[in-house]
Design a protein around this ligand. Sequence first.
Ligand SMILES: [Zn+2]
Length: 230
Amino acid sequence: METRPKCFPRLNRQRANPANLPAPPTGDPFPVLVNIDHPIAESTADTESRLAFIGSYPGIRTLDDLIRLDALCLERLNALLEAVEGRDGIVVVSGYRDPAEQTKIYSDSLRDNGAEYTAKFVALPGCSEHHTGLAVDVGSAAGGLDFIAPAFPDEGVCAAFKARAAEFGFVQRYKAHKEHLTGISCEPWHFRYVGASHAAIMEEHDLCLEEYTQRLRHAADQNGAECHGK
Ligand SMILES: [Zn+2]
């Protein structure tokens, strides 16, 4: 069964191999960018059609079995947790959220945590990566399982998860030195599924998704221009 998102245009491999890209992505769809400048474009119905419940993998520890993720993302998350023996030590705290849910989280955080904290860690409704079903928040079972900012220390099983995440298609989406580009403060607990081929390039060249998708688009444009010139 095709479980990859259907709405993402597949990148033509030849067009994705310009001189300014480190290596050609192979097979994985063009990673969708969702941030304050790029609200979710996919309809909620289309997104929800490709989701699966965390509870369908009984080995995964979670705050709620009814949390949903994109089916492929969830399958790879399960494989990653298995590979690092993280089933006991790591808890899935949050996955897919529809815009209405994000509106509630945003307003609750404004009320409970104030505007400064909320602006740092909570995306505006419509602009959260969690709307894609491809973003997952994980927390250390040994730490405080705060819903917005769970502990995910750079040690033990959490460090092992982080070290092997790219191999299974995940990147730590919001890093400290990329805050000026992502608009979100460092979030060690938030991982985004982009596919292993994209994740490998992003990690190797230290590119956040804003930088990486810009390069892919630029490369595709350049290739298109070259094709037209011939
Ligand atoms: Zn998150």
